[in-house]
Design a protein around this ligand. Structure first.
Ligand code: MTE
Length: 322
């Protein structure tokens, strides 16, 4: 019996491993040759936002799933948080030192009430909710996570975005003292992400402050982390310190690093392969005592949230606007 058999790692698992090692290799390559890093988004002109109609029942049907939950210990030890290293288990060790309190968020740009606001004040009066969402990473693994937090729209509305607010840009803390991964100039730190305003205001878009009813651990993006369940996981930016309403499509970390592989929209789409691997299936890390023998299942368009979000993209060619 080979060592691989002995460890009960299936072929699918080996493939995934190759994928994320490949992604790490890309990071290393970019760190070695910063001149290769392309600036800005692949596409400059935004498509017009659509007027998607969604009933409250339709929205609510996306708030939960009966699928088996991923174990707390897997959600908190198998992470991507490159500010704390590129290995899956690095963040659960290295992020322990991230100071999450006090925490302030700067909100600005195209809005009537900009300001620098303490996290408690940002969340004050917004009703805490529980959501069970699928999380699909672009690398081909997925989880089912019970989050606690608040709808993103409830927080954003308080700042009264103007009609010029076509997009929302998010930024992660970048503190070299607390984040050892910042020494490597692979990603153009700070980590940045963005959503079109109608995506940000969608009822499924969520700001997580906890999981499994407990405060969010640092490695999962404490104290405030975006969750956009119909998009690849890299859109779900962690440890947010800045939110800006902007008129033009903002630069985002992975798109800046490799625009031909990571688009601005990055909706989960099994019909569009990553240039270097298939996106047709995923390795579901859930409902098992050993993540190495998790199931491989079919990936669904919009990660299974098409009923709720497909209307946002009516008229858009999703092969072009990936
Ligand atoms: N946010 C920041 N600031 N830095 C990161 O490296 N990784 C992203 C996303 N948010 C990342 C981030 C990626 S690639 C994924 S798949 C998810 O976080 C992983 O979230 P999890 O570790 O809670 O599963």
């Amino acid at each position: 019996m080979s060592l691989r058999d002995a460890l009960r790692i299936r072929e699918a698992e080996v493939t995934d491993e190759t994928v994320y090692r490949d992604r790490r290799r890309l990071l290393a390559l970019m760190a070695a040759a910063p001149a290769l890093g392309l600036a800005g988004c692949a596409e400059a002109e935004p498509p017009p936002p659509s007027a998607a109609r969604l009933t409250p029942e339709q929205a609510r049907s996306g708030f939960r799933t009966d699928e088996a939950l991923t174990r707390y210990e897997d959600i908190t030890t198998y992470n991507n948080f490159y500010e704390f290293g590129t290995g899956k288990s690095d963040p659960s060790r290295a992020a322990k030192t991230l100071r999450t309190s006090p925490w302030t968020v700067e909100v600005g740009g195209e809005c009537a009430k900009p300001g620098r606001i303490a996290l408690e004040d940002l969340l004050r009066g917004v009703v805490d909710e529980a959501r069970i969402y699928r999380l699909r990473c672009v690398e081909g693994w997925s989880m089912v996570i019970p989050w606690n937090g608040v709808p993103l729209a409830s927080v954003l509305r308080r700042f009264e975005p103007t009609s010029k607010a076509k997009y929302v840009a998010f930024t992660t803390l970048a503190d070299r003292e607390q984040m050892p991964g910042l020494r490597f100039r692979s990603i153009n730190w700070p980590y940045r992400e963005g959503l079109r305003i109608d995506e940000a205001m969608h009822p499924l878009a969520f700001l997580a402050t906890g999981l499994y009813g407990k405060p969010l651990p640092q490695q999962n993006g404490a104290p405030l982390r975006l969750v956009v369940p119909w998009k690849y996981g890299f859109k779900s930016i962690k440890s947010i310190v800045e939110i800006r309403f902007v008129e033009r499509m903002p630069a985002t970390a992975w798109n800046q690093l490799q625009p031909s592989e990571y688009g601005f929209f990055s909706n989960v789409n099994p019909a569009v392969d990553h240039p270097r691997w298939s996106q047709k299936t995923e390795r579901r890390i859930a409902g098992t005592s050993n993540r190495l023998i998790a199931n491989r299942i079919d990936t669904l368009p919009f990660n299974g949230y098409a009923d709720q979000v497909a209307g946002l993209y009516a008229g858009m060619d999703l092969r072009r606007w990936y």
